[in-house]
Design a protein around this ligand. Structure first.
Ligand code: NDP
Length: 312
């Protein structure tokens, strides 16, 4: 069976940065692209906050650059998806959906996270045309316009507050009659006159000719005083949580209560020596490409050190 020195799962900024560093260190890394080649960024349009691109860059083009840079230093990119990981014996054994099985001395997990969506057909229809799950990524495009944020947790409050700094008006659509967010975050939202909270509201659909122009909402769904109404908006932001793509490792790696892989403080080391986690799969807080890239760099450096210390 093929035995690699470094296998990287995931092809977002964390995975490819790990590959660039591992490649330059002579580890002959193999990247498995996974379900979403290029990672979550490929769902957005333009990237304006990644240093080095003063004019901004198309997200797919940027991820293509990452890939080419990794390949330049000897990274092999494969398109299979990992279906099973056995970390109980060394080298670690991974199985893929094309039927192949590969062993590796070090594993860098950069499988990312997936934003949760409501499951409306219109979210798919208007994706990249007014629907977003990342205010920091896309908020800038809504300067002086009207947007809605869905959710009542810390992320939703943080994103609504961030967007209120740019937009003319922000609706916060909350399904319950109260916010789940921390008191401090709630206060920020309540004290911001640009934010209007729509409690006990659910979204039924979106409408618009060339992109989002509004949302159909229902207040107190199923109650005798249920009310249907529309709001006019240019952007619809989901902030109902993220799901880290860590299921393969449940029961093997330490995960926090929401499924994020636990690492040794700011290092990407997991509880299993030789296994490292980088990017959003281990980051419930920042979820930014630049942060993911930095952690990918750290993971590759740690992998190199580990291989050296084990004479592998
Ligand atoms: P949370 O799980 O805390 O909140 C999700 C929110 O989305 C809830 O209000 C929930 O409603 C709502 N929601 C979920 N599904 C739906 C749905 N189908 N329709 C409508 N609303 C829905 O996720 P967050 O991302 O906000 O936070 C995750 C973790 O990260 C938390 O521990 C949070 O404290 C932390 N965090 C901390 C920050 C900080 O300290 N600055 C910033 C961001 C996150 P309901 O309440 O009804 O369940």
């Amino acid at each position: 069976m093929e035995t690699l020195r470094t296998l990287i799962l995931g092809s977002g900024p964390a995975g490819y940065t790990a590959a660039i560093y591992a490649g330059r260190a002579g580890l002959s890394p193999v990247v498995y692209e996974g379900l979403q080649p290029g990672g979550q960024l490929t769902q957005t349009t333009e990237i304006e906050n990644f240093p080095g691109y003063p004019e901004g860059i198309d997200a797919n083009e940027m991820m293509d650059d990452f890939r080419r840079q990794a390949e330049r230093f000897g990274t092999e990119v494969r398109s299979a998806v990992c279906t099973k990981a056995d970390l109980s014996t060394r080298p670690f054994t991974l199985t893929f959906d094309d039927g192949s099985t590969v062993q590796t001395h070090t594993l860098i997990i950069a499988t990312g996270a997936s934003a949760k969506y409501l499951g409306l057909a219109d979210e798919e229809k208007y994706r990249g045309q007014g629907v977003s799950a990342c205010a920091t990524c896309d908020g800038f495009f809504y300067r002086k316009r009207t947007v809605a944020v869905v959710g009542g947790g810390d992320t939703a409050c943080e994103e609504a507050t961030y967007l209120a700094g740019l937009a003319k008006k922000v609706y916060l659509i909350v399904r319950k009659n109260h916010l789940r967010a921390s008191k401090a975050m709630q206060d920020r939202v309540f004290n911001n006159e640009k934010i209007e909270i729509l409690f006990e509201c659910n979204t039924l659909g979106l409408f618009g000719e060339d992109g989002v122009e509004g949302a159909h909402l229902v207040r107190r769904k199923g109650e005798p005083d249920e009310e249907l109404f529309d709001i006019a908006i240019d952007g619809f932001f989901l902030a109902i949580g993220h799901r880290p793509n860590s299921e393969l490792f449940r029961g093997q790696l330490e995960l926090d209560e929401t499924g994020y892989i636990m690492t040794d403080g700011p290092s990407p080391r997991t509880n299993i020596p030789g296994v490292f986690a980088a990017g959003d799969v281990a980051d419930p807080h920042y979820r930014q490409a630049i942060v993911a890239a930095a952690s990918g760099c750290k993971a590759a450096m740690e992998a190199e050190r580990y291989l050296q210390s084990e004479n592998l």
